[in-house]
Design a binder for this molecule. Structure first.
Ligand code: FES
Ligand SMILES: [Fe+2]
Length: 442
């Protein structure tokens, strides 16, 4: 194996291109979380060069000529609707001298004029004007200087993904069984309408982006990392939300499912028993009693169903590499640097329910990001700090590996396991390795 210097530690590390040496069946090498060269390559390959990346939800682009500024890995991108409503994504990068064109988060625009020297582009990317064009020769062809376009943009029931890989499979094929779990989440809205709130809850941590993905499918940590949350809830009764993570989660009915291409889901629903149980077992929420009285008085037999819609979906669905569905929320992983990540939580409202349900959903959606997420982010930062010790090279992901009776193959071919199995990490790293390999066609 060739050796090279590890950028941060000065200790020789395996060659960066030899990713197979860094991802083993039961462990991964620390440099995957610390090496800027690995990060730079991930931003090209994992975040769009080979695979699909989540960009936006269609409800954030509600009308023709809407736009939304996002990132695709480190690339600044504008997702747009054209005047007929079709979706596009272009690099937010002027083709003159590279300034970002659009500095607003969202809005309505038929065209974008670069603030630097005034070049103007249609919202589909074509260059339409250069100030004082006599300064360019006859051979200057505007059609050659449009914005760089994200090669393919596709949506699945409102979730918009982009890739630079012309030969990627369709989004539906790439989602595979994950599409069915998205269906469950979307169909909780009685009319299938999900509205992503424009304001977002943004948090940053000093750690690698994969720490968030590792953790999203991790049923091992809640008992310890979220102890204060579980203890607070247990004062209200033992069956409160997430209490099943607290005591022997592997003995309960909860399962984690491997959905291919690095996607996975933890299904907490078997811990609940029937209509009204999501509501009955939620942690304390301000205004809850008055709300319940009103819904029960006005909706009678339908009240349990409506009350459950005010509570999270009880699944944690991870769509590789950057989309996490947690409760009622969409969380987006946004890498900012090898040791810097932004996590953006978007609350959602749904159509086809009384307005009080959406008000109460907001109370639910304030709960975990404020009360639980700081525990997770503290762990991410402390893992990153632990990783600065270069002599201790490996991160383990071997829990559940080879343990008889844990993993099962369902009739649909989907592999599942107990909630604390680190199988989700082993599976997504296999997808990661394929994308990062030189001869990958993904
Ligand atoms: S950089 Fe955009 S017009 Fe010059
Ligand atoms: Fe957590």
């Amino acid at each position: 194996m060739t050796l090279q210097r590890d950028f941060l530690s000065g200790i020789p590390a395996p060659a960066r291109t030899d990713y197979a040496a860094l991802v083993r069946e039961d462990r991964v090498h620390r440099t995957l979380y610390t090496d800027p060269a690995v990060f730079a390559e991930e931003m090209v390959k994992v975040f769009g060069g080979r695979s699909w990346v989540y960009l936006a939800h269609e409800s954030q682009l509600p009308e023709p000529n809407s736009f939304l500024s996002v990132r695709m890995g480190m690339r600044p991108v504008i997702v747009t609707r054209d005047r007929k409503g079709a979706l596009h994504a272009v690099f937010n990068r002027c083709s003159h001298r590279a300034a970002t064109l659009c500095r607003e988060e969202s809005g309505i625009a038929k065209s974008f004029q670069c603030p630097y020297h005034g070049w103007t582009f249609r919202n589909t990317g074509e260059l339409v004007g250069t100030p004082w064009p006599q300064g360019y020769g006859e051979d200057f062809d505007r059609s050659e200087h449009g914005l760089y376009k994200v090669a393919r943009v596709e949506s699945y029931r409102g979730f918009v993904f982009g890739t630079l890989n012309e030969s990627a499979p369709s989004v539906v094929d790439w989602l595979g069984p994950a599409a069915g779990w998205l269906d469950y989440w979307i169909d909780r809205a009685p009319e299938g309408e999900v509205i992503v709130r424009s304001a977002a809850n943004r948090m940053g941590y000093r750690g690698n982006w994969k720490l968030a993905y590792d953790n999203a499918g991790d049923g091992y940590h809640p008992a310890f990392s979220h102890r204060s949350l579980l203890e607070m809830a247990s004062r209200m009764g033992d069956s409160k939300d997430m209490s099943y993570f607290g005591v022997s989660p592997d003995e309960g009915p909860m399962r984690t499912y491997m959905l291919g291409n690095g996607h996975s889901v933890i299904d907490q629903r078997p811990n609940y028993d029937g209509p009204g149980s999501f509501w009955a077992n939620q942690r304390p929420q301000p205004g809850r009693e008055r709300f319940e009285e009103k819904i029960r008085a006005e909706h009678g037999d339908d009240a349990d169903r409506l009350l459950d819609l005010a509570i999270g979906s009880q699944i944690n669905l991870s769509i590789f590499p950057n989309l996490l569905i947690i409760g009622n929320q969409i969380q987006v992983i946004e890498p900012l640097g090898v040791e810097r990540t932004q996590l953006t939580w978007h609350a959602t409202a749904i159509g086809g329910v009384p307005p009080e349900v959406n008000t109460m959903r907001m109370r639910t959606q304030e709960d975990f990001p404020s009360f639980g997420e700081p525990d997770d982010q503290a762990n991410f930062e402390e893992v990153q700090r632990g990783l600065t010790a270069p002599e201790a090279e490996w991160i383990l992901m071997n829990r559940g590996l080879g343990i008889p009776g844990w993993q099962e193959v369902g009739p649909d071919g989907v592999v599942s396991s107990r909630a604390t199995d680190e199988l989700h990490m082993r599976r997504y790293y296999a997808a990661w390795l394929e994308m990062m390999s030189e001869d990958s066609t993904r």
